[in-house]
Design a protein around this ligand. Structure first.
Ligand SMILES: Cc1cc2nc3c(=O)[nH]c(=O)nc-3n(C[C@H](O)[C@H](O)[C@H](O)COP(=O)(O)OP(=O)(O)OC[C@H]3O[C@@H](n4cnc5c(N)ncnc54)[C@H](O)[C@@H]3O)c2cc1C
Length: 378
């Protein structure tokens, strides 16, 4: 039997970052990962966007803190995160897009984002072409966030894990948590499929992304309005250089583009794969691969005859009913915290979430930045 003060379930960016934050404060930490570190949404090819542009306003305090934390992270962890402030553009083609977008809304978004720590400028087409000369004719303007950028998610997650270990945290891979023991509203121990039992001294952090939903339902009797999706990511090659230089998002198209350091382009943005129950994993849907490539070529003509290197829709992500995460104490417990429901944009805010969660786990006091993410808000 083993005992640790802080036990974390999940070895993605959130679990590994929290392990590092706690271990760095001298705490005794165990992290249990079902597979390997970065086997889930925090792994795979390419880059993840570190984006404040068009983020839900309730997440902006976390984004502001993340802007502060990202630049120093590689030095603190002693390993590269490949974080780069490329600047981010949200491209606009239409006068209005639903109730939230289009040129009519651009000045308002820029003002409110800037006021909340995400400096944003509205660019006319002429200004935009100076930054992105290869853009198609339909784009009329953009919201520009100079602090936005990208990082290597797999490298960052591995760096958090290595730094946590270097500060004494124990990370056990191939250790799926299958049981949780509680007494008088406190989690006292967890058990793994390998029938190992680990006592929990101070707190349990459930940071298992889509797996957190099952853990809460099965072991705490808590049902969250959160479900699993399988985001699709493509890597294409269009000549020697990527045609774009910034992190690219779009006002009305399902499209996200990231230039990759090897000259390739990562194409994603709202397209999904599906769950294959027989294989027990996600798989790509051909029509969605083609649709995503079409959307990319409509904005950058150079991508029209890009070569598809590969497609990946195997990494499950969790989505919540109101598209912002759940980061809270597990209802009915005194010492378990959960973070899930990232809705496709949990990577960028991970350093700030970890800082806030580590503080909460150690002191018992919820940081103000986490108050919008309560599990009972629904
Ligand atoms: C293709 C794609 C593109 C994305 N693009 C962006 C982007 O541009 N910007 C951005 O900010 N975000 C993006 N995201 C989202 C972001 O990657 C995720 O929100 C983030 O990585 C989630 O981190 P996590 O640690 O919570 O989850 P994961 O990395 O999924 O880690 C959870 C871990 O928990 C483990 N686990 C599950 N159940 C158990 C159990 N019972 N016991 C032990 N371990 C368990 C899993 O094996 C997994 O390794 C993207 C996601 C995908 C898939």
């Amino acid at each position: 039997m083993m005992k640790h003060q802080f036990v974390i379930i999940g070895g993605g960016v959130h679990g590994c970052a929290a392990a590092w934050m706690l271990a760095d404060s001298g705490e005794d930490v165990l992290l249990l990962e079902a597979d390997e570190v970065a086997a889930g949404a925090s792994g795979g090819f390419g880059r993840r966007g570190v984006r404040g542009n068009r983020r839900d306003l309730r997440e902006l305090p976390l984004m502001r803190a993340s802007y502060r934390l990202w630049p120093a992270l590689a030095d603190q962890l002693g390993a590269d995160t490949y974080y780069e402030r490329t600047g981010g553009l949200n491209l606009i083609e239409q006068e209005t897009t639903g109730t939230k977008g289009g040129l009519v809304a651009a000045e308002a978004h820029a003002a409110v984002q800037s006021r909340n720590g995400v400096p944003t400028e509205v660019l006319t087409r002429d200004r935009l072409l100076e930054l992105e000369p290869n853009l198609g004719h339909a784009v009329r303007g953009a919201l520009y966030c100079p602090f936005d950028g990208t990082a290597d998610h797999g490298a960052t997650t591995a760096a958090f894990a290595a730094a946590a270990r270097a500060r004494g945290a124990v990370i056990e891979e191939h250790s799926p948590v299958t049981g949780v023991e509680t007494a008088a509203g406190r989690v006292t121990a967890v058990t793994t499929a390998g029938e190992r039992r680990y006592e929990v001294g101070q707190a349990l952090l459930v940071l298992a992304n889509a797996g957190a939903v099952d853990l809460l339902r099965d072991h705490f009797g808590v049902t969250l309005p959160v479900w699993r999706i399988l985001p699709q990511a493509l890597r294409v090659r269009a000549g020697a250089e990527p045609p774009m230089h910034h992190l690219i998002g779009h006002d009305h198209r399902s499209l996200s583009l990231k230039p990759l350091p090897d000259g390739g382009v990562m194409v994603s943005g709202g397209w999904r794969g599906r769950w294959n129950a027989e294989l027990g994993r996600g798989e790509e849907i051909d029509a969605n691969v083609r649709g995503n490539l079409r959307a990319a070529a409509e904005v950058y003509a150079d991508l029209a005859d890009a070569e598809l290197d590969f497609a990946d829709a195997r990494r499950p992500e969790s989505c919540s009913a109101d598209e912002i995460p759940v980061i809270d104490r597990v209802p009915g417990t005194a010492n378990a915290l959960v973070g899930t429901g990232w809705t496709g944009h949990g990577f960028a805010i991970a350093p700030a979430v970890a800082e806030a969660l580590a503080f909460w786990a150690r002191t018992g006091a919820r940081p103000e930045s986490l108050s919008p993410f309560s599990a009972t808000r629904f």
